[in-house]
Design a protein around this ligand. Structure first.
Ligand code: DC
Length: 228
């Protein structure tokens, strides 16, 4: 029996990654954060001092890297190895935040990462999170959600996270960066973020993560029971 797949999209800092990680634990499914894969290519591009406006160079990096994602008990729920090096702890540095949208809009990079993602989901049982999962990577997923929250609330959440990591940045700066990333992610020509027909929108503004996880897991459990 093939387990169902769950696809979750949403803007940066909407809580989708935390929600998906908890949901995966609760339902016994595999969690895959596709943003980490784009972040890994951005990390590699910065490490190699690649020209971020050179689509061909960025595509080459994506096509020729050895990327492995393994479940992990740590805070993120996974570890990412790139060319044999564990770079999990580097993926959320502010310099990656600032450059990853430029890498993620390159069609060659997307083509390669989407192929890898589809392969990981081919046997089912995966909760995948990103910007194009409900529309491009797994439009056939049994469950498709769009997790949203106001940009102000998202900036506040991201600011608190960065503060905990000891980064010196103001909330107003985080808000500006988020607005810029939202704009790039939803206006790029290849696979922009949007709420597609048939995808359920969940607004987490003013809700705790637990409330969102509870709501989604009830729905998913019903489906799993129906299939089992
Ligand atoms: O979810 P995140 O903030 O870690 O995503 C990092 C970047 O990658 C962000 O600019 C959006 C992009 N992304 C994408 O274009 N498609 C995905 N499936 C996942 C992330």
């Amino acid at each position: 029996m093939k387990l169902p797949n769950i696809a979750i999209d949403g803007p940066a800092a909407s809580g989708k990654t935390t929600v998906a990680r908890l949901l995966a634990r609760r339902l016994g499914l595999v969690f895959l954060d596709t943003g980490a894969m784009y972040r890994a290519v951005a990390w590699l591009a910065l490490k190699n001092s690649a020209d971020l406006s050179n689509d061909g160079a960025l595509t080459d990096l994506a096509e020729n890297c050895d990327m492995r994602i393994k479940p992990d008990d740590g805070e993120l729920g996974y570890a990412l190895e790139l060319n044999g090096l564990d770079i999990t702890a580097r993926l959320h540095e502010p310099r990656i935040d600032q450059n990853v949208s430029a890498v993620a809009k390159v069609s060659g990079v997307r083509r390669n990462l989407v192929q890898r993602q589809q392969k990981m989901a081919e046997n089912g049982g995966v909760i995948m999170v990103g910007r194009d999962i409900t529309t491009v990577v797994m439009p056939e997923a049994e469950f498709r959600y769009y997790l949203d929250a106001s940009v102000e609330e998202r900036a506040r959440r991201r600011y608190l996270e960065l503060q905990q990591q000891g980064e010196s940045i103001t909330e107003a700066e985080v808000l500006e960066q988020l607005k810029e990333r939202d704009y790039i992610d939803s206006h790029r020509s290849d696979s922009p973020l949007y709420l597609a027909e048939g995808v359920r929108r969940f607004d987490s503004t003013g809700k705790t993560i637990d409330e969102v996880v509870e709501g989604l897991s009830q729905e998913c459990l019903q489906l799993l029971k129906g299939i089992g």
